[in-house]
Write a protein that binds this ligand. Structure first.
Ligand code: XIL
Length: 384
């Protein structure tokens, strides 16, 4: 069989995805693999395993792949209990021009999910990426215009999706990266984003309050990354995120949950005890915690043997899920499902530099379950 090409790219994404040639190179390595089949992937799917133990499992999905790749659609139908649009609910997809909204991609995912009883969660209303130039320019005109742009987007999107999406990442990636990262931010604890520059730190509160006003029973989520591992950098990012959440709670800003992205990196150590106590501290503020974008970037060198390689990833994921479940997390979402469509192989700045392809997700290049899938199923089954 000749493997399908990685997904076609939404407008504006193409330049970010220059790792396509690396992805193609990796296909040779898996040419011997077996095509996905019911025998290799018998029921129950991961979402059913999770549900049987009181957990929710789902994954980020791409509308164009659902429509064009039957093996991909079958994998999602089998495994994913919740769908998260990987691009289709971002600002540049929903409002590419001021006042001109396009819900077609998101609708496609919601319709596909509804036909199968799988809810969709929204991602993301306010984010500094996937943010069109017109909005950047408008926001730079001043605070009043910035508020107007934010209000128009939030109100149109939430009013359009109200009946079918009950859970949204309202603000995404708002804590600044501590010094020492690849992408230095401003000096403050919050990211120096377009809305931050226009409205100051209060833009977070504004976005959450606007969302609550539009939809009093929507689950409002603050989603962020970099808080999972046992490094001084992550420790500082945890401190900043916890500070922010405490501040919002103290001010009675509407906030229902914190999403932890969980783009794990094997090059960093992981401490279940440290991560677990961070999650407990968050939950002690009265918010739920969701794992929203789980995937694993492998270490700088990896074993030649795929089974040994996949086991390292699986062990990390098992430790991560167990620590999270022990701290009361019930929702686990992966950022994609099938390795070949993962941003960790497609996007240059997260792809490996040695030409190999990250094996970041529960299903392998041929859409079959691998060690990570089994580790997740085991973790759900053995969790309290
Ligand atoms: C990523 C997509 O997976 C990429 O394909 C895209 O080019 C950039 O965005 N954190 C998030 C997600 O909140 O929206 C990002 O998704 C991955 C990091």
């Amino acid at each position: 069989m000749s493997p399908a090409l990685p997904p076609s790219l939404p407008a504006g994404e193409a330049t970010r995805r220059t790792a396509l040639s690396m992805a193609l190179a990796g296909m040779a390595a898996t040419a011997h693999a077996q095509q996905a089949s019911p025998e290799l992937n018998p029921p129950p799917g991961l979402w059913q395993v999770a549900r049987g133990r009181g957990f929710t499992f789902g994954a980020a999905v791409q509308a164009n792949m659902l429509a064009t790749d039957p093996l991909y659609a079958a994998a999602y139908e089998r495994e994913a209990g919740v769908l998260v649009p990987e691009f289709e609910a971002k600002w540049s997809s929903l409002q590419p021009k001021e006042g001109e909204f396009d819900f077609s991609g998101l609708d496609a995912i919601v319709n596909w999910g509804q036909a199968r009883g799988r809810p969709v969660r929204g991602h993301a209303l306010v984010w500094h990426e996937a943010f069109p130039d017109w909005a950047l320019a408008a926001i730079a005109e001043g605070p009043q215009r910035a508020r107007g742009v934010m209000a128009a987007h939030i109100s149109r999107v939430l009013n359009t999706t109200r009946a079918r999406i009950r859970d949204w990442d309202v603000v995404n990636e708002i804590v600044a990266d501590p010094p020492g990262s690849d992408t230095p931010q401003a000096d403050g604890e919050l990211r120096n984003s377009p809305f931050f520059r226009a409205l100051g730190p209060g833009y977070i509160e504004t976005a959450l309050r606007m969302s609550r006003e539009q939809d009093p029973t929507l689950r409002l989520v603050l989603n962020d990354y970099g808080v999972e591992e046992d490094t001084p950098w992550a420790e500082e990012k945890r401190r900043r995120l916890l500070n922010l959440v405490r501040d919002l709670v103290r001010k009675r800003v509407p906030l229902d949950a914190v999403g932890i992205q969980a783009h794990l990196q094997m090059r960093n150590p992981f401490s279940p005890a440290i991560f677990g106590s961070f999650l407990r501290a968050l939950r002690a503020e009265g918010v739920s915690v969701l794992i929203t974008e789980l995937d694993v970037r492998e270490g700088d060198s990896v074993p030649e043997d795929y089974v040994a390689r996949d086991r390292l990833v699986a062990d990390r994921v098992a430790a991560f899920i167990s620590a999270s479940a022990e701290a009361g997390v019930r929702t686990f979402l992966t950022w994609g499902l099938v390795d070949r469509f993962s941003w960790t192989v497609i996007q240059a700045d997260v792809a490996r530099r040695d030409g190999k392809l990250h094996r970041a997700l529960p299903l392998d290049w041929e859409y079959n379950r691998k060690e990570m899938w089994r580790a997740m199923a085991r973790s759900f089954n053995t969790a309290a």
